[in-house]
Design a protein around this ligand. Sequence first.
Ligand SMILES: [Mg+2]
Length: 258
Amino acid sequence: MGGGVAEAAAAGREAVTRERFDAVLFDLDGVLTDTARIHAACWKRVFDDLLERRARARGEPFRPFEIATDYRLHVDGRARLEGVRTFLASRDIELPEGAADGPPGEDSVRGIARHKDALVDRAIAAGEVAFFEGSLRWLRHLRAAGLRIAVVSASHHCAEILEAADLGGLFEARIDGQVADARRLAGKPAPDTYLAAAAALDVEPARAVVVEDALAGVRAGRAGGFGLVVGVARHGDRDALARAGADLVVADLGELLP
Ligand SMILES: [Mg+2]
């Protein structure tokens, strides 16, 4: 059994080479940064606020937003507004879409997204975003080997997070929430944002690797016909990522360093 583990590790280290691939497309939250933790905590604050007020108004028990289930299933990896709609639908809650510039704290899809965004802005400004060391080491190794690198994220904070850490220069292309909005690209689990990144780098999807920690993102990589989908299981969800279509699952990208 120990031999099997060693062989699997060796296969992982040889999975992404310059001979086999031209580019590696990284998700941001949960893959390069621990912003997934910040996003999850901010979503919990805004949804619990809503759920608690509704429960009180209706005399029903308050069932909080659970990061282990609600966040993973309905919000993680999805575009912001889509995450709000998907979670609300899971609780049979109907809210208006709301105006893009409505009042803060308004109970609408856009109002909830805006409130959450403000909490995330505060956390980024407070320097709460940390990068995973193993991810950066592997990314720098890939660059040195001649692979091209892009970041593909639903986040609207992608550029500011990379710039705050002085890491923007590592990426030749960035397809984030702002770019997706401007170009009307469908969010993950649709493959469109990953395909846009491959096109921006001028590489064939079959010659590109997708690296993801969210089920929606792994499905996007699979749907796009990419050459390899690497799942990053930070939550002990190896099997779920593999079932969603990940070819290879690691707990930390540092495991892929030769
Ligand atoms: Mg992610």
